[in-house]
Ligand binder design. Structure first.
Ligand code: HEC
Length: 107
């Protein structure tokens, strides 16, 4: 029994493949991380968590900021210099993250 367990453990460790669905870390992640965190957990008051949001929702939100139908100067400025391809990579990245539990915000 023990051997089986150890073998199973070994197998699990040899499988970073559990994260196989995780998209590669986007090059532009640094632009967003100050506010949304690397893993999509908000770093500042007022910034939403992005972790685990639906991909189509994130894509639409970014498109709406881009074309101004969602008029938030902060986000428009943040994504201004980012190409559509990079934005798509970011949306995939954040969507693939698992939301973490978070300490409640300090008042
Ligand atoms: C200076 C802080 C800041 C930076 C940098 C920033 N954001 Fe945001 N982001 C915000 C705030 C604040 C909101 C909420 C805006 C609103 O009310 O619509 C937001 C909203 C969003 C939303 C919509 C979330 C939702 O639930 O509707 C997405 C998607 C998003 N940001 C992606 C990004 C990406 C991708 C980047 C990097 C290219 C980025 N943000 C950079 C502050 C920031």
């Amino acid at each position: 029994m023990r051997t089986v367990l150890i073998a199973a453990l070994g197998l699990t460790c040899a499988m970073p493949a559990l994260a196989a669905d995780m998209p590669p870390k986007p090059v532009r992640l640094g632009l967003c991380a100050a506010c949304h965190g690397e893993t999509g957990m908000s770093q500042i008051p007022g910034a939403p968590n992005l972790a685990g949001q639906r991909l189509d929702y994130l894509r639409k939100a970014l498109k709406d900021y881009r074309d101004g139908s969602r008029d938030v100067p902060l986000m428009r400025a943040a994504i201004g210099p980012v190409s559509d391809a990079d934005l798509d990579q970011l949306a995939r990245w954040y969507s693939a993250q698992t939301p973490q539990t978070q300490a409640p915000a300090q008042p």
